[in-house]
Write a protein that binds this ligand. Sequence first.
Ligand SMILES: Nc1ncnc2c1ncn2[C@@H]1O[C@H](COP(=O)(O)OP(=O)(O)O)[C@@H](O)[C@H]1O
Ligand SMILES: [Mg+2]
Length: 472
Amino acid sequence: MALKLTFAGKFKFLIWITTVSGISVCCLAFLIFAFFSMRAQTYEEKVSIGEIIADNLSAAVAFDDAASALKILKSMKADSEIALASLKLVSGETFADYVSEQGASEAVKLRSIALSDNIFHPNHISLKNKVSFEGKTLGTLYIVSSLDPIWNILRQYILVCILCLFISSVVLHFLSSLMLKKLIQPIIVLARAASDISTSKDYSIRAEIENTDDEISLLKNCFFEMLDQIQKEIAIRKKTEDEIKHAKELAETFSYSVSHDLRAPLRAIEGYTNVILEDFQDKLEPELRENFNRIIAGCGRMNSLIEALLSLSRIERTQVKSEEVNISAMIKEIDSGLRWIYPDRKVEFSFVANAKVKADPQLLKVALENLIGNSWKYSSKVEIAKIEFGINCVDNKKIFFIKDNGAGFDMAYSNKLFGAFQRLHSPREFEGTGIGLATVNRIFERHGGKIWAEGAIGKGATFYFTLPESMD
Ligand SMILES: Nc1ncnc2c1ncn2[C@@H]1O[C@H](COP(=O)(O)OP(=O)(O)O)[C@@H](O)[C@H]1O
Ligand SMILES: [Mg+2]
């Protein structure tokens, strides 16, 4: 499990590790220095003792008095550090030998140290002194001195160093806590304020931070200035949004009431024209009758336009529901309806079965009726129309599409497709109001989805759309 440290924790750890490393290096340097200086001192002491003893021994060796030589060697007992003193004659024979009480257990080791060429050993110093009488070398005095006292002192020094480290860690803890209060606390307060702002989206939150005339104050001032700016921009955006919303509501009410109110006079024109046609059927000139029929056809077109406009404004007013809808079944039902209306059309229809989405069933049906209706309409001049409903998966997201092999359209005008009253085909080619795709676009927008199209003249069109996975 990774240990997560707070900023304050990291800061404290950094101070601690820096200080402890510094103190440790100093302690180590001190211990090394102490060891070497104590060892050098011991060496010098033992060298002078060795010289004195070697001098004293010369007479005993010259007169072959081993008992006196041993007595002189034993006099070294007074120096507890001397573990072994051995006098060897030039012939290699041991003349006198002394091993201290402490050294008795490791006498063999001490003898091999005495004979080695090195002076310094991990726990001992070995010295050699010539024993001569009247200029003639009679033998060699080997002295092995223990370094145990130095190691004991060093052990005590190490304990003192550890104690120092412990005490400085405790002092450091208190000192860094104090420093934290002054130095880090403002940053922590600022970070908490930033976190509160981002969760609550309340840009008026400000943290109480003392002015310290340093980078932290600069950070605080810049942060608060940014918040002021954001607040101002939000206020402006909200005002603009409110204005747009208000204008949209006005336009919706206007278009709804105009469309609604236009129906009655339109019905009157259509009705009275029909009455004239029926009442004066025989008396009317054929040309006049034709004109009256044009008026009725015009009224019919205007009626479809009004219906389409009313349907568009109804979409704005409807609350969008979120239910599971079997979109495949819905499309199949719409297709069956169209087959019933146009029994003579040859349309090959293929679709992905059982595709499910979360959407408002009524609104989705209106959108699909428009899309499938368009596919049928714009492929009506093709011998065998082919319409397909499918799904592409891109980045784990479903993109639905409805494709046909009809008249297609010029991609250069594709941005106009979804605008109200925008048509890329003339009424002579294909009848229509130009409101269908505007309605479809609005329906997908209100679901939080998207619609776009691809096509080419004479090569059919494909309408792609997405719906959010969940609308809750
Ligand atoms: N499947 C399609 N194939 C070719 N063009 C299409 C297709 N669907 C829509 N369009 C083009 O987009 C325009 C707008 O469509 P729409 O809003 O449904 O109006 P309408 O169908 O009443 O003309 C159509 O006039 C047509 O030019
Ligand atoms: Mg249409």
